[in-house]
Design a protein around this ligand. Structure first.
Ligand SMILES: Nc1nc2c(ncn2[C@@H]2O[C@H](COP(=O)(O)OP(=O)(O)OP(=O)(O)O)[C@@H](O)[C@H]2O)c(=O)[nH]1
Ligand SMILES: [Mg+2]
Length: 352
C-alpha cells in the first residue's frame, strides 16, 4: 500500500514526509520513498504483556512528490506519472502563516491549493478518458469487444463533464475490474491534510468552513496538523512530548492521526501475532478470511491452513493471558472462511 504526498509547492510535504518516515528504522534507500509506521497503542500493550525480543508495527509506504503549480508543462507530466503510481493521495495544503515561506499571491488559502491540484487531476483524467474512449469506440465498431469498458467510460465521462471526481461513480465489481488497469487519478482515495499554525490545531485556520464543506460533501477525511509542532514533538522524549501536547490541547500527534486516517480510509485493519519472539501487527483488508490473513505471513501457511486459534484483543487485555481466555471459553478455533476482525490475536495451525 503506497500513499503519495501531493500538493502545490512549499506547503510542508517534505517536512511531513521526514516526520512520517523517521518513525521507522528501515527507511527505503530511494530518496523520496520511505516507510511510515502506523502507531498503535495495542502493540504497546501487547509488548508490555509479552516482553518480546522484536516488535513490528504495521507500515505504509510513503512517496514525497515534488510540488506542482498548474501549467508547468513537462514537470506536470512527471507529477502526474508519480501520482499514477500511488494507491492513495494525501494532498497537503497550506494553512500556516510565515514570512519566510512565500505563497503564490501572498495569501494563505488552503482551499485554493485544493482546487488547483484537484483541477489538475481532473484534467489528466479527461485526457486519459478521451484517448481510451476513441480507441474503444473503433474497436467495438469492428466488433472486437470492449463494450463493457466503454459502458464504464461513459459513466466516467458523465462525472467529469460535471466536474465530479471519478471516485463518486459507483461501479459493480466486474465494472471496476474492467477499468482498474487505467489508473484514473480522481478514482484514487483522497485525504486532505491542512498544515496549520500551532494556534489553530483545534480550529481557526484560514478557509476552515470552505475546507470542511468541501471535504464533508465528498466524504474526504480532513486532518489538521502542524508540521512545525510535529517536528518539535519528535525531538522530545515521550513524557515531555505528552506534556507539550497537553499544553497544545491535543491528545495525539498529527502524524499518528494522519497514519490512522489513511489506514482507516483505505479499509485496512490489523491482526496480531504474539509471543516471546515477536509481537507483530499484520495489515489486511477489512473482510479478509482467516486463510487470506494467513497468506500475509507466508503462502505455505495459506496453502496448508488447518485452523486459526483466535482471541479478541479486548478479551486478552481484560483477562490478562491466553490461559485465562481458554478457561473462560473466549479462545476460539476458527476455519478458513472466518472473517478476521480488527484486533484479533491469531495463531495459525497448518500443514507444510
Ligand atoms: N512556519 C512553518 N513553516 C513550515 C511548516 N511546515 C513547513 N514549513 C516550512 O516551509 C518550507 C517548505 O517546506 P517543505 O516541507 O520543504 O515543503 P514542500 O511542500 O515539500 O515544498 P516543495 O517540495 O518545494 O513543493 C520550509 O522552509 C519549511 O521549514 C509549518 O508548519 N510552519
Ligand atoms: Mg518537497
Amino acid at each position: 500500500m503506497k500513499i503519495g504526498l501531493v500538493g502545490t509547492p512549499q506547503v510542508g510535504k517534505t517536512t511531513l514526509f521526514q516526520l512520517l518516515t523517521n518513525l521507522e528504522t528501515q527507511a527505503s534507500s530511494r530518496e523520496n520513498v520511505g516507510i511510515a509506521r502506523v502507531p498503535d497503542s495495542r502493540i504497546d500493550a501487547l509488548t508490555a504483556m509479552y516482553k518480546p525480543r522484536k516488535i513490528t508495527f504495521a507500515t505504509i509506504e510513503v512517496v514525497d512528490i515534488a510540488g506542482l503549480l498548474p501549467g508547468q508543462g513537462k514537470k506536470g507530466s512527471e507529477f502526474l506519472n508519480a501520482v499514477r503510481d500511488v494507491d492513495a493521495i494525501v494532498q497537503v495544503v497550506r494553512g500556516f502563516h510565515s514570512d519566510m515561506v512565500p505563497t503564490e499571491d501572498g495569501e494563505v488559502k488552503p482551499m485554493r491549493d485544493v482546487d488547483q491540484i484537484q483541477a489538475e487531476l481532473l484534467l489528466a483524467d479527461w485526457a486519459l478518458l478521451e484517448t481510451r474512449f476513441e480507441r474503444l469506440q473503433k474497436q467495438s465498431m469492428k466488433g472486437a469487444g470492449g463494450a463493457e469498458e466503454l459502458a464504464v467510460l461513459e459513466k466516467f465521462r458523465d462525472a467529469l463533464e460535471n466536474d465530479l471526481p471519478l471516485r463518486t461513480v459507483e461501479l459493480s465489481q466486474p465494472e471496476e475490474a474492467a477499468v482498474r488497469g487505467y489508473g484514473f487519478l480522481t478514482r484514487k482515495p483522497l485525504l486532505i491534510l491542512v498544515n496549520v499554525d500551532d494556534s489553530a490545531l483545534n480550529g481557526g485556520f484560514p478557509q476552515e468552513e470552505e475546507l470542511k464543506d468541501w471535504t464533508g460533501q465528498r466524504s474526504v477525511p480532513l486532518v489538521a496538523a502542524s508540521a512545525q509542532v510535529e517536528m518539535e514533538i519528535s525531538q522530545l522524549d515521550p513524557e515531555d512530548a505528552e506534556m507539550f501536547m497537553e499544553e497544545l490541547g491535543i491528545e495525539e500527534s498529527g502524524i499518528t492521526r494522519l497514519a490512522r486516517a489513511v489506514y482507516g480510509h483505505l479499509g485496512l485493519i490489523s491482526y496480531f501475532t504474539v509471543g516471546e519472539d515477536e509481537v507483530r501487527a499484520w495489515t489486511i483488508r477489512a473482510g479478509s478470511s482467516a486463510r487470506q490473513a494467513a497468506g500475509k505471513i507466508h503462502s505455505d501457511i495459506e496453502r496448508g491452513f488447518i485452523r486459526a486459534e483466535v482471541a479478541a484483543y479486548d478479551h486478552l487485555m481484560e483477562h490478562g493471558s491466553m490461559a485465562a481466555l481458554k478457561e473462560k471459553g473466549l479462545w476460539r478455533l476458527e476455519g478458513k472462511e472466518y472473517v478476521v476482525a480488527d484486533g484479533d490475536v491469531i495463531s495459525f495451525r497448518f500443514n507444510v
